[in-house]
Every structure is written in C-alpha cells, then in structure tokens.
Design a protein around this ligand. Structure first.
Ligand code: SF4
Length: 370
C-alpha cells in the first residue's frame, strides 16, 4: 500500500513545485541545444558531458558530437578512437569510453532504444542514479528524482540539511526529500527548473536569494546560515609521528645545526639533530650514553625536555619534543662535528644566513640568546 502523505506535507510540496515551475516558465533556460528535440539519446549525451563541465564549455562539444553521431546507432558503429578524438579537451575521458560502451549495449541488448526504466538505465556504463533520473524525466517524462550538485545545493539550503552530502546517511536523506518533492505533472520542466535554480540562482558562493522563488520558506536563508550548506567534507584525522630534536648549545650559546640531505623533508635545509622520541623514554642509568640518529654521543641526563610543538605536513602531524643541553662540549672521540659542511654552530642573533626548517626556526626564536 502506498504511504499517504499528511495534508500539510502535500500542500507544502505543491507550493514548492508551483513556485519552482512558475519561476521556470519566466526565467528558466529553454534554449540549450539538448532541450531542442530532447530524445533519450540527446539528453544522455548532454548529461554525461555536463558532469564536471560547465554548460558554456559543453555547448560546442555537444553540437559537434551530435552532428557527427546523431543517434545511438551511429555512435555504436564508431571506433572508440574517433569518439575520444571528438572528446579531446573536455577531460575525464572515461566518460567518452563509457558513452561508447553504452551505445553498443543499447544497440545490442535493447534493440537501439534506451530502456524506459530508471533501474535499467542505471545498469548502463557511466549512468548513475541521478543521470538515469535526468534521462528518464527530461526525455521520457517519467517521475524520477535527480540529485546533481546543483540540486543538492538547493535542497540542503532550503531544508537546512546538515552534513556532507556525499556521506551515505545525508545522501539517503536527500534522495528521500528529492523524491517526495516530485510533481505529478510537468516532470521535465520541474527537473530542468531544479537544475537551473542551482546553476543560476542558488550558486555556491553568492546565491541570488532576492530572485529566488523559494525565499519564503528557505531555512538557510531564514537562519542566515547559507554558507554552512552544503556541509563540507569532514577532514580525516592525520596520523601523528613523534621525534625529539636536540638543542645542543655550546659555551658561546650557539646551537648545533645539521644540514639535511638534499632529498626528503626539509631537503638541503639546516635542522636540529634528531633522535627517535622513544629513546628518551627509558630510565637511563647515570653515565648512560645515547646515540642520536645523527651519530652524536649524548648523555641523556644532561637533556632538559622543553614543551612539545606540532608541525603539520599534508599527510601527517609531527610532534617535536625539543631536548635542551646547555654548555655542550664535543666528546674527545667524537669527530662527527668536524665535518663542517654538514654541521653549523648557529648564533641565536641569526647573523648567519642559512635556510632553516620551519619548526626549527620557530624553536630557535624561543631561545634566549646568551
Ligand atoms: S533562497 Fe537563497 S539559499 Fe535558499 S534556495 Fe533560494 S537561492 Fe538558495
């Protein structure tokens, strides 16, 4: 049994449809090339081209394409290289390959006619639920919802639907809403109107609400929260790596810096000698000597931990614990620092001009020059 909508919901849906259709009859786009003789084939080509691409860019490509391949049979007969050649410049070439595969399947499996059924359309290569809905509604007048980027923007704002629209829960909610709003009549005009509203009025950064037919009930407009919809993609928590950096100061107060290898992070810049953070977690016996990764010999009991700082890279955060040692002297048998191309005693008045790794610069500016 079909679920009955409560009367208030029916009235709201009808008011929404009427507002959208009235606006479309006065202000919607009606002269786009694929709106003339909107056969399933012509609508399908336009919908695929319009994925990821602006209308103005698509128009000349579309006109050339349908002039060369006026129907699904001519496209199915073409070589894939010819199709790709016509697509050159539009980008996302998988779309062209899928177009060609779909044309062949329509000819071979459906007698050259696109199926009059959204689920069957969705089984064809490159046709998702929204594209199937658009082909069905615009060319076959089937009552089917669409949910392209423009429609998602309008619906998330109008109903103040929070969350990232590509997440499965929000997407499911949006499909339910889109379906519940479909009018009984004029499905093609309504579908085009919803696309046009999003493309021309309810734009991403500066929606023209003063011209919009939905102003009276738009929740984002009423709450002054338009910029919050559609919700942004949640940021992934970045993994955290930890390292200790040795701030070894000599009797003059200068800090020992090490030049990093040319490749890798901070390539060719000067940085503090590092050691794996865990090396200092142990409770060393007096006289225990740590060997930092840089080959220096250090007594960990002389190291004073300073507050940890975080440096963010694109793919991870690096927690740096500075370990300070004042009045540090070379061990008699430590010849490492004699290699002056690699090591530098850096004066904290910054009078030596060298490239410093960003967090090192930050750490050094916090130290008092002696
Ligand atoms: S009133 Fe503004 S935010 Fe709301 S649907 Fe219309 S253009 Fe979009």
């Amino acid at each position: 049994m079909t679920k009955q909508k409560p009367e208030a919901a029916v009235a709201q849906t009808e008011a929404f449809n009427q507002a959208v259709l009235d606006w479309f009859s006065g202000s919607g786009r009606k002269d786009l090339p694929w709106q003339q003789n909107p056969t399933p084939y012509r609508v399908w080509i336009s919908e695929i081209m319009l994925q990821q691409t602006q209308v103005q860019t698509v128009i000349p490509y579309y006109l050339r394409f349908v002039a060369q391949y006026p129907d699904v049979a001519t496209l199915a007969d073409a070589g894939v290289d010819q199709v790709l050649h016509l697509w050159t410049g539009l980008g996302y070439y998988a779309r062209a390959r899928n177009l060609h595969r779909t044309a062949k399947q329509v000819v071979q499996n459906h007698g050259g006619e696109f199926p009059h059924d959204v689920e069957a359309l969705e089984t064809l290569p490159g046709i998702g639920r929204s594209t199937a809905g658009a082909i069905a509604a615009l060319s076959m007048h089937i009552k089917a919802p669409i949910l392209d980027g423009n429609v998602k923007r309008v619906l998330t704002r109008y109903f103040a639907i929070a969350g990232y629209p590509e997440s499965s829960a929000v997407k499911k909610q949006l499909w339910t809403v889109a379906e519940s709003l479909l009018p009984e009549q004029k499905i093609a005009a309504y579908t085009q109107a919803m696309m046009d509203l999003g493309a021309t009025l309810c734009t991403r950064s500066s929606p023209a609400c003063y011209q919009c037919p939905l102003t009276s009930d738009c929740q984002a407009l009423a709450g002054d929260t338009i910029a919050e919809f559609p919700g942004k993609k949640p940021k992934k928590a970045l993994p955290v790596k930890a390292v200790s950096m040795l701030i070894l100061r000599n009797e003059a107060g200068h800090v020992l810096l090490e030049k990093r290898p040319d490749s890798g992070i901070w390539g060719g810049l000067y940085s503090l000698p590092e050691q794996a953070a865990n090396d200092t977690d142990a409770s060393p016996e007096p006289g225990w000597v740590a060997y930092a990764e840089s080959g220096l010999q250090i007594n960990p009991l002389t190291l004073e931990p300073l507050p940890t700082i975080r440096h963010s890279f694109t793919h991870y955060n690096l927690d740096i614990t500075p370990l300070l040692s004042q009045g540090w002297k070379l061990e008699a048998d430590d010849a490492t620092v004699a290699d002056s191309d690699r090591w530098l005693w850096y004066p904290l008045d910054h009078s030596v001009e060298v490239g410093l790794a960003a967090p090192v610069k930050k750490l050094l500016t916090r130290l008092k020059p002696d």
